[in-house]
Design a protein around this ligand. Structure first.
Ligand code: CS2
Length: 507
C-alpha cells in the first residue's frame, strides 16, 4: 500500500509551499488564514452531509473579506465508539478533511475544507460542549441530527417527553443533559441567565418546515423544564426554515481508499458528494450570519415551496424506490434507475402522484426539476447506497409521503404507489431480499414488538405502526382494496411483479 501524507495543518502548509513552487496539487486548498478563523457557528451532528453541505458554504465564505468570525465548531452527542473515533480523527487532522465531488460524466474535483475549527465530543466532555453553546461568540447553532431525532409524534406533532433518554435528562437535573434538545435548552437557559443574546437555530435535516419543527421540539422540552424559559425562547429565538440538498453517500474503508487515491492524501475523514449543491433559507438571523448569499445560498420567502418540491419529489422518490429496489436485489441508486421497472415506478409516481398536486416556487419548472433529479439519481460516479436511503424509513416515509397520500385520499386518486410503498417497507423489515440475500435493517423507531408484527402474516400490520397509524389508512376502503391486492401479488409473485402492477394502466 502506498504511504500518503496524513492530512494536517502542517501537511497543508507543505502542500501550499509546493503549490507556490509551481507543483500542482490534486486538490484545492483553503485560500484563507485559518489561524484567524473563529467559530460563530456551532454545528451538532458533523456527519457526511454537514461536511459536504453547510461546511462547504462556510468554507466558501471564509474566502471573502471580513468573514473570519464564521467558522464552525462541531459537537457530537453520540456516545458510540465510531463517534469517539471520529472526534479523535478530527483532532489529529486539525479538523481538516477533503471533499471530492463527482459529475455524472465521472469527472471530479477535490478540495480541502477548512471551515471546521474545533470539535467537542460531548459524551467525553459535556461541559466543553455546553460552554461552547453558551459562549457569546456563538451566533448560529445548526443541526443535522436525522429525521427521527426530532422526536415529534406524527399525529399530534408534540415533542415526546416519554422517550427514555429524554425522560432521564428531565429527571436527573444534577448532571448536564445528553439528548440534543436537552443540551440546546440548557444552553439557552444559561444564555438567558447570563444576559447573553440567544443564537439563531437552523436545521439541516429534511423535514417539513425544519425551522418550525426544531422550534416545536425545543419549546416542547423547554416547557417541561421551565415555562418562563419557554416564553423567552418563543419571544427571542429565531428558527428560520430551510431546504438543503446534496446527495452524500456513506463512505466505507474501500470508498475512502478510492477518495484518498484521488487526492493523494491520507484523510480518515474524506467525503464525497454529487456536483449538485443547494441551500434555500429564510433570512431571519437577528444575531447575524455569514454572507452566504455571495456563495450560492438562496434567501427566499418561498422556502415552503422549495421544500415541498424537494421533499415530495426527490426524497419521496428516494424512499419509495429504496425498499423496493433493495428487495429486487439492487444495492445502488444508479443501478436501480437503470432497471426499467424502477424507472417507470419513479416516473409514474412523480408524473401522476406528485406533479399535479404541487406548486413550485416562482421560476422553477417542475418538469425540469424532475429530469434533473432523475439524472442525479442515475449518476454512476456517486454510487449512492439504497440502504442508506432505506434506513429510518419509519421516520422518513411520513415526512415525505403524508401530504401526498392524504390529498390522494381526499380527491379519490390512484393510491397504488402509496400502498406499494408501505408494503415494500413491511417486506424490507424482514431483512432478506427476493433473491434470499440478507441485508441490515436500521429502524430506530420500530419496536421489536412492531417488527415481529410486521414480519407476521398480516400485511396490514404495517398500517398500524405508530409512524403510519395517524393516517388512518386501514379505515379508507379505496386504500385497503389496492393494498390487499398488491399484498397478494407481492407475496405470490415477488416485489418486481407488485411494482409492475402498481404502475400498470388502471383496469
Ligand atoms: C435521502 C437524503 O436519506 C435520505 O432519505 O433521500 O439523504 C438525500 O440524499 C438528500 O436529502 C439529498 O439532498
Amino acid at each position: 500500500m502506498t504511504t500518503r501524507p496524513r492530512l494536517t495543518a502542517d501537511q497543508l502548509a507543505t502542500a501550499r509551499g509546493s503549490a507556490a513552487g509551481g507543483r500542482s496539487q490534486a486538490f484545492a486548498l483553503p485560500g484563507y488564514d485559518r489561524s484567524a478563523v473563529t467559530a460563530g457557528i456551532v454545528h451538532i451532528g458533523v456527519g457526511n452531509f454537514h461536511r459536504v453541505h453547510e461546511a462547504v458554504y462556510v468554507d466558501r465564505c471564509l474566502h471573502l473579506p471580513g468573514q473570519e468570525q464564521w467558522g464552525v465548531h462541531g459537537i457530537g452527542l453520540v456516545a458510540a465508539a465510531a463517534s469517539a473515533a471520529k472526534a479523535a480523527d478530527l483532532a489529529e487532522q486539525d479538523h481538516l478533511y477533503s471533499v471530492t465531488e463527482f459529475a455524472p460524466d465521472g469527472s471530479h474535483s477535490s478540495r480541502v475544507i477548512g471551515a471546521l475549527v474545533g470539535y467537542s465530543h460531548a459524551p467525553a466532555d459535556p461541559q466543553a460542549a455546553q460552554d461552547r453553546l453558551a459562549a457569546p461568540s456563538t451566533r448560529i447553532v445548526s443541526l443535522t441530527i436525522g429525521e427521527s431525532t426530532y422526536n415529534l409524534a406524527e399525529g399530534s406533532g408534540e415533542f415526546d417527553l416519554g422517550l427514555p433518554a429524554v425522560a432521564a435528562d428531565l429527571r436527573e437535573r444534577d448532571r448536564l443533559p445528553r439528548t440534543v434538545f436537552g443540551v440546546l435548552v440548557a444552553a439557552l437557559a444559561r444564555r438567558r441567565a447570563e444576559g447573553t443574546a440567544p443564537f439563531t437555530m437552523i436545521s439541516c435535516d429534511n423535514l417539513r418546515g425544519n425551522g418550525d419543527t426544531t422550534r416545536r421540539a425545543v419549546l416542547g422540552y423547554a416547557r417541561a423544564v421551565d415555562p418562563g424559559l419557554a416564553h423567552w425562547i418563543e419571544d427571542e429565538v429565531s428558527f428560520p426554515n430551510g431546504m438543503v440538498d446534496r446527495i452524500a453517500p456513506q463512505v466505507d474503508a474501500a470508498r475512502r481508499e478510492e477518495l484518498n487515491a484521488i487526492t493523494g492524501l491520507d484523510d480518515r475523514l474524506a467525503v464525497l458528494g454529487e456536483d449538485h449543491l443547494q441551500w434555500v433559507l429564510e433570512d431571519r438571523f437577528p444575531a447575524g450570519r455569514p454572507r452566504w448569499e455571495e456563495v450560492g445560498v438562496t434567501f427566499s420567502d418561498e422556502v415552503a415551496r422549495y421544500e415541498a418540491v424537494k421533499g415530495r419529489m426527490l426524497n419521496a422518490s428516494h424512499v419509495l424506490m429504496s425498499h423496493l429496489a433493495v428487495l429486487m436485489g439492487h444495492r445502488y441508486v444508479h443501478d436501480a434507475l437503470a432497471d426499467p421497472r424502477v424507472y417507470r415506478l419513479l416516473r409514474t409516481f412523480i408524473d401522476v402522484d406528485v406533479l399535479p398536486l404541487i406548486t413550485g416556487p416562482a421560476g422553477v419548472s417542475l418538469t425540469d426539476y424532475r429530469d434533473r433529479i432523475l439524472s442525479r439519481f442515475a449518476n454512476p460516479a456517486v454510487r449512492d447506497q439504497l440502504l442508506r436511503i432505506a434506513s429510518d424509513g419509519a421516520a422518513k416515509i411520513p415526512v415525505f409521503h403524508t401530504v401526498t397520500v392524504r390529498t390522494q385520499v381526499e380527491q379519490g386518486l390512484d393510491l397504488r404507489r402509496e400502498a406499494l410503498l408501505l408494503l415494500g417497507f413491511r417486506r424490507y423489515l424482514r431483512g432478506v431480499d427476493d433473491r434470499g440475500v440478507a441485508f441490515d435493517v436500521h429502524e430506530p423507531l420500530v419496536s421489536q414488538q412492531d417488527l415481529d408484527a410486521c414480519r407476521g402474516s398480516d400485511p396490514r400490520a404495517v398500517l398500524r405502526l405508530p409512524s403510519f397509524s395517524a393516517l388512518g389508512l386501514e379505515q379508507v376502503p379505496s386504500f385497503v382494496e389496492v393494498f390487499d391486492e398488491l399484498a397478494v401479488v407481492m407475496e405470490r409473485d415477488g416485489v418486481a411483479a407488485a411494482v409492475e402492477q402498481a404502475c400498470s394502466p388502471r383496469g
